[in-house]
Design a protein. Structure first.
Ligand SMILES: Nc1ncnc2c1ncn2[C@@H]1O[C@H](COP(=O)(O)OP(=O)(O)O)[C@@H](O)[C@H]1O
Ligand SMILES: [Mg+2]
Length: 370
């Protein structure tokens, strides 16, 4: 799809890009990352011929771009930069359609594109199409900037630190949106950032540059597992230490070695076990050790004198989750359930452990501070 073939550039005696060769497949989200001044922006600008290499070739769909008319090339490459610069005197709809208009698309087709793109980012057409940039937040303007880059359906979209001026919340939501758009539209995106977190979240493949060289090109998981140099390891920083939040499962946070009691056991035995372990509920299992529910000291006090075994007192209202479930979702469930703990089950319905707010908090502290 996009191929750099021994591309070099120098300004005077200074080497800016040193013999870059790499290939990006169609539909891939490629992220260029590296320290300031390493040549990210320069590399990006070569793809739409804002800068020409001294030597080497760049191929877009097997066509050498030096043979393509520059204006034509730029109309077919979306470009988003940090300061998006919407035209202040044009509406959202007009801004989005700048390139389609240059390409002389009929009005109905332009309108349809504006409509579809706005819908895709949950900005209803009726509400936003006729607004002016000054009537919107910075995040909304940047969103429109991205739609503008996508409007003429270019095969490649170049993005140079498009979110670096935004607050973290807006930045996060735009990252998710761009990734969604890319997947829905199957776009090839070359995205520049100096933020490793952003790179790890978005990239199918990360290209790490330093002093005009490619130091490592690898999918995020591979780079995390096997950083090629100490510099990359430093960039990966805390990410390298362990799994990303999305990968954390309830297993990381659960307390194990939980006391259980068989449902056929007597009330007295159950009470003495609670006293011995200083707990006010116990997890109840059947003879196959399958989880049945919980029994509480309060229920035993209330009705314990009329039953022989704890079986009739077992409640199964405590929420259960399974090993491997996403940690954050389980934590949300724990908080919203109002229960003091959730029971974590193995696949065979035996008890693996419990998670409490305290076990979550201490495990989280360990993740953060080691
Ligand atoms: N017009 C120019 N003349 C001379 N040097 C330049 C010019 N533009 C960029 N550079 C140098 O090229 C290197 C790469 O710049 P750039 O691609 O903007 O880096 P990045 O985007 O990774 O921060 C830097 O050392 C920069 O100083
Ligand atoms: Mg730059």
């Amino acid at each position: 799809m996009l191929r750099f073939d021994h591309v070099s550039l120098s300004y005077g005696s200074q080497t800016i890009l040193n013999n870059l060769s790499f290939e990006i497949q169609e539909g891939q989200f490629a992220v260029l990352i590296g320290p300031s001044g390493c040549g990210k922006t320069t590399t990006l600008k070569m793809i739409n011929r804002l800068i020409q290499p001294n030597s080497g070739h760049i191929y877009l769909n097997d066509q050498d771009i030096s043979a393509v008319d520059r204006v034509e090339l730029r109309r077919h490459t979306g470009y988003v930069i940090q300061q998006i610069g919407l035209f202040p005197n044009m509406t959202v709809a007009q801004n989005i359609c700048v390139v389609p208009k240059l390409l002389k698309w009929p009005k109905e087709k332009c309108d349809q594109v504006v409509h579809d793109l706005l819908e895709m980012v949950n900005m209803p057409f009726d509400q936003y199409a006729h607004k002016y940039p000054s009537e919107m937040s910075g995040g909304q303007q940047q969103r429109i900037g991205i739609l503008r880059a996508l409007a003429a359906s270019p095969p490649v979209v170049l993005m140079d630190e498009p979110f670096s001026a935004l607050d973290p919340m807006t930045r996060r939501s735009l990252q998710i949106e761009v990734k969604n758009l890319q997947q829905k539209l199957n776009k090839t995106i070359i995205f520049v950032t100096h933020d490793m977190e952003e790179a790890l979240d978005l990239a199918d493949v990360i290209i790490f540059m330093d002093h005009g060289n490619i130091v490592q090109m690898a999918p995020p998981e591979e780079m995390l597992e096997n950083p090629a140099t100490d510099q990359i390891r430093d960039f990966l920083g805390k990410h390298h230490a362990g799994p990303s939040p999305e990968q954390l499962t309830v297993d990381h946070f659960m307390r194990t070695g939980i006391i259980t009691v068989n449902q056929n056991r007597g009330v007295n035995e159950c009470v003495s076990r609670m006293q011995h372990h200083n707990v006010d509920t116990l997890l109840v299992v059947d003879e196959y050790r399958h989880y049945q529910g919980t029994v509480s000291i309060a229920d035993i006090r209330l009705t314990g004198h009329v039953v022989k075994t704890i079986g009739p007192l077992v409640r199964n209202s405590t929420p259960t989750v399974h090993r491997g479930d996403n940690a954050k979702e389980c934590f949300d469930q724990l908080v919203s359930s109002g229960f003091p703990y959730l029971v974590v089950l193995n696949d065979d319905q035996t008890v693996a452990g419990i998670i409490t707010k305290t076990s979550m908090a201490s495990a989280m502290a360990e993740q953060l501070w080691g």
